[in-house]
Design a protein around this ligand. Structure first.
Ligand code: SF4
Ligand code: SF4
Length: 78
């Protein structure tokens, strides 16, 4: 069973690709894509702490609850 399921949604129009959200996430949920845009690589690890959203200087992240439909098979190890 999953714990709380949440999803950090990045607004591509607002994001400046500064990487703050990627660095600050304590769960390593966010990773940069090929273009440097953060995306939820490990969505199932998100605890909805809201750190990423609250530290984004451009208000480009919104943490939203998701249905029980986590991405799987994309577990980056760091
Ligand atoms: S902190 Fe905000 S602007 Fe910076 S990379 Fe993350 S979403 Fe984009
Ligand atoms: S809400 Fe917290 S755990 Fe989820 S992606 Fe943002 S910083 Fe990481």
């Amino acid at each position: 069973m999953t714990r709380q399921s949440a999803f950090p949604a990045v607004n591509q129009k607002l994001c400046k690709k500064c990487g703050i959200c990627i660095k600050i996430c304590p769960r390593k949920v966010l990773e940069p894509d090929a273009g440097g845009l953060p995306y939820a690589a490990c969505q199932e690890k998100c605890t909805a702490c809201d750190l990423c959203a609250s530290h984004c200087p451009d208000f480009a992240i919104e943490v939203m609850p998701t249905p029980d439909n986590c991405l799987s098979g994309n577990d980056n190890k760091k």
